[in-house]
Design a protein around this ligand. Structure first.
Ligand SMILES: [Zn+2]
Length: 74
């Protein structure tokens, strides 16, 4: 027998995690050295391990990031 409160808790947890993976927060690889923004599956993003950080695209643009010419980062 499951209590009503635990069901509600489960639903709110599911809603919380769905919001976290919302498409509005698009994660990109941002090269802090060159200022290039790569999509996560870009070949350059995979090569870039030292200077790249995985951040939200909006945040990368805020930092003055420029979309990569190879992947377009979008
Ligand atoms: Zn790229």
């Amino acid at each position: 027998m499951i209590k009503k409160t635990s069901v509600l808790l489960l639903i709110s947890m599911i809603l919380f995690f769905t919001n976290v993976s919302c498409a509005c927060a698009q994660m990109v690889m941002y090269n802090t050295k060159t200022g290039k923004i790569h999509s996560l599956n870009c070949k350059w993003a995979k090569k870039c391990t030292v200077n790249c950080v995985k951040i939200d695209k909006k945040e990368a643009l805020k930092r003055g990031g420029v979309p990569c010419k190879v992947c377009g980062s979008i």
